[in-house]
Design a protein around this ligand. Sequence first.
Ligand code: MCA
Ligand code: AMP
Length: 509
Amino acid sequence: MTDSLYAKIYGHFPANGDKPLLETNDGRVITYTEVHEITGRWMSYLTDIGVKKGDRVAVQVEKSPESLLLYLACLRGGFVFLPMNTAYLDDEIDFLVGNAEPAVLICRPADEERRRAIAERHGVAHVFTMDASGQGSWEVAASTDSHRAAAAPIVACGPDDLAAMLYTSGTTGKPKGAMLTHRNLASNAKALAETWRFTENDVLLHALPVFHAHGLFVACHCVLMTGATMIWLPKFDLDAVMAALPRATVFMGVPTFYTRLLSDARFDRAATAHMRLFTSGSAPLLAETHRAFSERTGHAILERYGMTETGMNTGNPYDAERRPGTVGMPFPGIEIRVVGEDDVTALPTAGVGAIQVRGPNVMKGYWRLPEKTAEEFTADGWFKTGDVGMIDDRGYLHIVGRAKDLIISGGYNVYPKEIEGVIDDLPGVVESAVVGVPHPDFGEVGVAIVKSDGQGHLDEDQILAHLKAHMANYKVPKRVFFEEDLPRNTMGKVQKNLLRDRYKDLFSA
Ligand code: MCA
Ligand code: AMP
């Protein structure tokens, strides 16, 4: 008996192998039979070039059917899939590759030279390319020998063997690799597919990126666990989503997707008549968005709550009331508690405290950081989410804030500390603070407040240009302001709440 997630997924492949796992909007189809053939060929090729079970395969490529097949080939071979945000620049990739020490790096053709330099520096043996249509040196090398596909095994995996590693930044320090096991991913996939009533007849409209848990695991696993089908869009594009909706039954998005859909008058009852489920997560969905959506379409968005380290923890009910502004109850097999100052005593109903989670979904730990891992778990084995919440009298969890200094912008996490570090390195900067303020499109965006030494002629454009050269574009604050001094409390700590308040109306409509 194997605990391989691929084996579990394969067990649900439809009897008719000609059924599409996915269709693209330009008419490409990948059937379930092709999935098994291609992943067989690709995992065999990885084995042939010396990649072993447990080795990392790092990938920074555009979303294509092949980018998903790469993930599935890794699952099948027992290799650890490490997807990286396509917006990451050299410095960010250099850190991840140096830290994860992958055996293989697959990149976009345009990045090849720079990625080879990084690979060489960190002793990565193999570099391949894959473009937005799935073509490149990977395809040429790995797809040649079609005979090997049939004989390729599904490598046996134990429940605690790693399936994927996703990096998540911290409020301090460098990104950490969350080690996700076959059990973590499989248990969550089963819980979600069952709770959300997926069947072979579902067609999921997939517009999320596939380098994060939301797009790669939550969305794809529900489909793969039930032999369903996806309409595979390269990214969220309003017109493409509108065009595909009549053929879909399920849509998953971050709140920005929903506010953008609502901004389009074509998005109404008729456009969503074929749909059975809309889910939202990765960032708070405003209750007003939830209500506007219900009024416009007659559908209640099902909001759920998760993390890279834990997969999905809670969700509003499928059959009962989906309460705006709440993230519902724990998924089957998962426990949630809200604790007080001592980190272990559960608070009474409606008490506000730290949210903790326990269950088969919770990661094995942070890659090569046993002490950091230990810090994030309580003595009695609960994972500390860093989110603050309360459970109401009907058992619905409300997220009321974050203990961690984190901005969630359009569903992407932005860590102020990382940005402040890069600003502070600029000559003429004494110090800086980055805070999140409300934004009509992204929900929240970063704004930087800088104290300069008054000597030079540092301006907003210079700082923004410097940041854009050093980090993924979505992390760059939307504005920079200069202040004589940053407000501090008696302990000398910058009072970010005051800054947040000062700039809160910057982007209000
Ligand atoms: C793009 N830009 C952004 C963001 N995205 N700025 C702030 N926040 C963002 N999220 C900026 C770019 O820097 C660029 O600015 C300009 O917008 C245009 O970029 P483009 O890529 O064309 O933007 P877009 O296509 O409109 O993208 C917006 C988006 C995208 C579709 C909302 O951000 C997105 O797909 N977000 C989904 C994130 C996600 O999947 N999160 C799941 C994490 P400039 O031109 O100045 O450079 S998983 C997770 O959190 C847990 C597990 C969970 O619970 O799900
Ligand atoms: P990540 O590190 O990208 O996995 O982000 C996880 C964080 O996103 C959580 O700890 C929450 O702070 C936030 N998050 C995810 N889903 C929701 C939601 N439905 N409402 C509010 N915050 C959410």
